[in-house]
Ligand binder design. Structure first.
Ligand SMILES: [Zn+2]
Ligand SMILES: [Zn+2]
Length: 346
């Protein structure tokens, strides 16, 4: 089968790989019908994620059709359409039972990391009963791909951890796919204002279309002053960091209002100074989280009712066989005006 294989920092190839087989009674084999590329895959290709070994098939998002199930799998049958969660969950360990499936003792983020992933024609899914979700018959398939990772990530790590409520001023730093997924799910809570901050004019235009009430192009580095003016000197009630750089986390610290929440979503590769000298008396909360995938069903119902329209996050479409071009487009997101790319395997 065709698969996108990691060959060490800055190396990858679309190549022929053996089809995965069942290894445990709790496994399922899924034939991938649609997958996508994540910002995390770009981090892996830069060599930032040391757990990914050379020879690994990348990808942790996608949908497909169940091809085969182990003898212990009871919730899924051959031929059923499924969403693959980026988080593999055994459903039984202490962390899973606490709803913190990201830290599952037998799973967590393993797809396209410590086991082969979804950028291939077939994938083996461990703990299938608790790591797959059924796709309703009349669902839009492309929208379902957004449920593997970015919608639960934006919602759980940004909106829920940020405690967004009606009337809040929410500032989202970074208008890439994750920042935009946070915007879409924050709107469900009727905040008074959603301020999107980025340096890319096209992404800010997209934010406006998706419901942002105020936009800041921070190319001039004056975002803090602008937010303070917009909020009459108070700052934001919720600041969501959706980039993963010291400068953007620092901006969150400088714009947070008393009593506010800083919700980190970004993947950070270096340390960031914590400004306790100004924050200690401000009653603020700082949160971090790896997505748990515990809100996938809730988000699925919200999509099916038409209240959440994640298809707006998709900018490009390719066939799985053209995944090298898809990486080229996604890796040059500003130039290509790329958000999420969909790869179809027919
Ligand atoms: Zn992802
Ligand atoms: Zn577990």
């Amino acid at each position: 089968m065709n698969a996108l294989v990691y060959h060490g920092p800055r190396g990858k190839a679309l190549q022929d790989m053996p089809r995965p087989a069942l290894q445990e009674a709790t496994d399922a084999i899924v034939r991938i019908t649609k997958t996508t590329i994540c910002g995390t895959d770009l981090h892996i290709l830069k060599g930032d994620v040391p757990t990914v070994a050379e020879g690994r098939i990348l990808g942790h998002e996608g949908i497909g059709i169940v091809e085969e199930t182990g003898t212990s799998v009871t919730r899924f049958r051959k031929g059923e359409s499924v969403i693959i969660s980026c988080i593999t969950s055994c459903g039984k360990c202490e962390y899973c039972r606490r709803g913190m499936c990201s830290h599952c003792e037998h799973g967590g983020w393993i797809l396209g990391n410590t086991i082969d992933g979804t950028q291939a024609e077939f994938v083996r899914i461990p703990w299938a009963d608790t790591s797959l979700h059924h796709i309703p018959e009349n669902a839009d398939k492309e929208a379902m791909v957004m449920l593997s990772d970015i919608l639960p990530t934006g919602y759980e790590c940004g909106v829920l951890n940020g405690c967004v409520k009606p009337g809040d001023t929410v500032a989202i730093i970074g208008a890439g796919p994750i920042g935009l997924a946070t915007l879409l799910t924050a709107k469900l809570y009727a905040p008074a204002d959603i301020i999107m901050i980025d340096v890319d004019e096209h992404r800010l235009d997209t934010s406006k279309r998706l419901g942002a009430t105020k936009l800041i192009n921070n190319t001039d580095g004056r975002a803090m002053a602008k937010i303070m003016t917009m909020t009459h000197g108070r700052g934001a009630d919720v600041a969501v960091e959706a980039v993963g750089l010291p400068a953007t986390f620092n901006l969150c610290q400088s714009i947070i209002a008393p009593g506010g929440h800083i919700a980190n979503v970004g993947v950070h590769g270096e340390s960031v100074p914590l400004h306790l000298e100004t924050l200690w008396s401000q009653n603020i909360t700082i949160t971090t989280r790896l997505v748990d995938g515990v809100t996938t069903q809730l988000l699925l119902k919200t999509i099916m009712s038409g209240r959440l329209l994640p298809k707006q996050l998709i900018s490009h479409r390719f066939m799985l066989g053209d995944i090298m071009s898809a990486y080229e487009t996604f890796g040059n997101a500003a130039r290509e005006q790329a958000l999420k790319v969909i790869l179809t395997n027919d």
